[in-house]
Ligand binder design. Structure first.
Ligand SMILES: [Zn+2]
Ligand SMILES: [Zn+2]
Length: 668
């Protein structure tokens, strides 16, 4: 009689033992996909190990039901699931349940979802692009960068490719990917979002033809199964373009992983376990397959900058624009000074008004960016731009009108709001972001002849509407587009030559220690939007906090300029200098959430963690009818993190997922 330990896609921490009916004994190996019964319900599970001795009373063991006709999960894939589960503090079953869409869920009856995007761009049959179109011709700088990357790879290092927007990182990815395909190895190319994947897909399809496979969660089960089999088998090599979930495909002969836009927070999974980060998990996958990882960005994450400094990542720079377009000039307009000079019209500085008028005259286009309304509001001094921050946590505090107080979302610290500015003494503190809704109206008043549209989540309700506005803007039927974060990435407009950012200090108003890093990334991305095709671009940034380090860094780009912001992280003990685990405690009752959070805080303390912040309510305290309280656990990077976490996981595992979620390296 044979027995198997299987992983069931449930929160169970351990595997479960079943006996194997003799008739299928031959076909069971570690990694086999099987059907088992748990309390009367059928589950698709994966065999962890096969054994001859049950380990306990065999009369209590029931047989598994059947083996599924599907390629077994590979050892490397199993190792990967195990590492992801252990790092992100979830059970192997939860990791398997998540990975399952790429494997066993594909077995379920295929519900055709209509034409998928990959059909449009030469994926497999019906592709319009012939395979093997000429490779891109690299510029001198690009060729040099590609060489540096090859050298670093052969010395065993992963690489951060830091290239300004438009410097042609994609050509380098394509060149390198082609080399691995020619060596008969597979390449994984990750992008953070679907919008970006659509654009890159066309470029990759032109070079790689039917060697290109596109993979994301919105595809049909039949397509997924096909991808699964292609990546697992030893046939023709492929380049797989996917979102983060593609990391869970059962790769064989993985030669290279590219993580494009590595700084992008969309790489982090937040809604279900495993709450993994695509970039960090790609590095994990690379180690398992002993294959190099190439991270690329115009605005690298602080994590990657830190890893370059401590020697874990090699750095390659690309500083000139590939398309020969001129660099975007940036002007930071100090609104405090302009207002004093009376050089303003409503929310606009005269500098900006003149710049817009000039663009309209030349039939060029303008993008006016306003920050998305935040869930909570910070206070700001209109005179000097001061925003009150928590003295302990260094994050902006949010303002509560009902009791006129300011509070911190990390530690719960609270103080009375004062109306006079504590820094300059001249200003009267007011809610940040007030009055940003009327921009469109004010613009129409100033430029009555201009065609103005708004592009944000209030006006753009669906894909169709989104596509319509973007097409109109691309066709030149809109002169001024007013938009939020939605507009900041992935689109190219040839007549767009001016980008304006209003109340730029509001982009730093995120209730998170990464506020400044994210603000800088956003502003640099907006900068990349203007003037790409041989037309010089200009960005005008209006702010009442002109002295803020973010604007200083915007004007003086370069990796070393992150020093000041990194120093601040160090001073307050934030990542990348420490590690954070966030516990989110939920309850339908407000008091109970708080009480439970305090109990859990004690459990965490007992498990040996001493640096615990909170409990405190997050910016969105109540969601889906539940109240939430957050605890932040910080640990030193030098400590034995894996062991500590596993101890903590043990002490928290009895708490149901409906009451507690654990997020390792949270991004919000
Ligand atoms: Zn002030
Ligand atoms: Zn605080």
């Amino acid at each position: 009689m044979k027995y198997v330990d299987v992983i069931i896609p449930l929160k169970f921490r351990d595997s479960v033992t079943y006996s194997v009916p003799e008739s299928i004994e031959e076909s069971i190996v570690p990694g086999s996909i099987v059907k088992v019964t748990v309390v009367g319900r059928s589950y698709t599970a994966v065999v962890l190990r096969v054994k001859d001795v049950p380990g306990f009373d065999p009369s209590k063991i029931i047989p598994l039901r059947e083996v599924v006709n599907f390629p077994p999960v590979t050892q490397a894939n199993m190792d990967f699931l195990r590492q992801v589960a252990s790092y992100y503090m979830c059970s192997l079953g939860e990791a398997f349940r998540f990975a399952a869409p790429s494997t066993v869920k594909a077995l379920k009856r295929d519900r055709a979802k209509g034409a998928d995007i990959e059909e449009a761009a030469g994926n497999g049959s019906g592709g319009q692009e012939p395979a093997g179109t000429a490779l891109p011709v690299l510029s001198g700088e690009q060729a040099k960068a590609a060489d540096s990357i090859r050298n670093l790879f052969s010395s065993g290092k992963n690489v951060l490719l830091h290239g300004v927007t438009g410097s042609g990182k994609t050509e380098i990815y394509i060149t390198l990917a082609d080399e691995y395909l020619k060596r008969n190895m597979n390449v994984l190319y990750l992008v953070p979002e679907i919008a970006l994947s659509r654009q890159i897909q066309k470029r990759l399809a032109a070079h790689f033809g039917d060697s290109l496979i596109v993979y994301h969660s919105g595809q049909t089960a039949a397509h997924k199964r096909d991808v699964y089999e292609k990546t697992a088998c030893s046939g023709k090599p492929h380049i797989i373009l996917g979102l983060r979930s593609a990391l869970f495909l059962p790769f064989s002969r993985l030669g290279l992983i590219v993580v494009d836009e590595e700084h992008d927070n969309s790489y982090k999974q937040t809604d279900q376990a495993p709450r993994y980060h695509g970039r960090d998990t790609a590095l994990m996958l690379g180690r398992i397959h002993k294959c190099p990882v190439l991270l690329g960005s115009a605005t690298p994450s602080f994590e990657s900058i830190y890893n370059v400094r401590n020697g874990k990542l090699g750095l390659v720079l690309l500083s000139s624009r590939y398309y020969g377009g001129e660099d975007c000039t940036v002007t930071v307009v100090d609104m405090v000074r302009e207002r004093r000079k009376r050089a303003v019209k409503g929310p606009f500085s005269l500098v900006l008004v003149n710049a817009i008028a000039q663009r309209l005259e030349r039939h060029e286009q303008v993008l006016v960016f306003r920050s998305r309304r935040a869930y909570a509001t910070a206070l700001e001094c209109p005179e000097c731009g001061h925003i009150p921050k928590c003295p302990r946590c260094n994050i902006p505090m949010s303002y509560h009108k009902f009791n006129n107080s300011l509070s911190c979302h990390y530690c719960g610290y609270s103080e009375k709001a004062v109306s006079a500015c504590p820094v300059c003494g001249k200003g009267t503190m007011r809610a940040l972001g007030d009055g940003t809704e009327k921009i469109e109206e004010e613009l129409q008043g100033l430029f009555p002849g201009a065609r103005i549209e708004r592009f944000d989540s209030d006006t753009v309700r669906d894909r169709k509407e989104e596509a319509r506005i973007l097409r109109q803007f691309a066709d030149g039927d809109i002169d001024i587009l007013v938009g939020t974060q939605m507009i900041s990435k992935g689109f190219d407009f040839s007549r767009l030559t001016l980008t304006a950012v209003l109340k730029a200090e509001a982009v730093t108003q995120v209730f998170d220690f990464r506020a400044d890093e994210r603000a800088l990334q956003l502003l640099r991305q907006l900068m990349g939007r203007a003037g790409r095709r041989n037309v010089p671009g200009e960005m005008i940034v209006q702010t009442s906090q002109a002295g803020h380090p973010v604007f200083d860094m915007l004007l003086h780009p370069g990796l070393t300029d992150s020093n000041r912001m990194l120093e601040e992280r160090y001073e307050f003990g934030y990542p990348p200098f420490s590690r954070i685990i966030r516990l989110s405690v939920k309850s339908q009752d407000k008091d109970k959430a708080q009480q439970r959070a305090n109990e859990i805080k004690n459990i965490v303390r007992m498990a040996g963690f001493s640096d615990i912040t909170g409990p405190a309510a997050p910016p969105v305290e109540r969601s889906a009818g539940e109240f939430r309280q957050h605890l932040l656990i910080k640990t030193d990077r030098s400590r034995s993190w894996a062991r500590e976490k596993s101890m903590l996981y043990c002490s928290l595992r009895s708490i149901p997922a409906s009451e507690l979620t654990i997020d390792v390296d949270p991004v919000y």
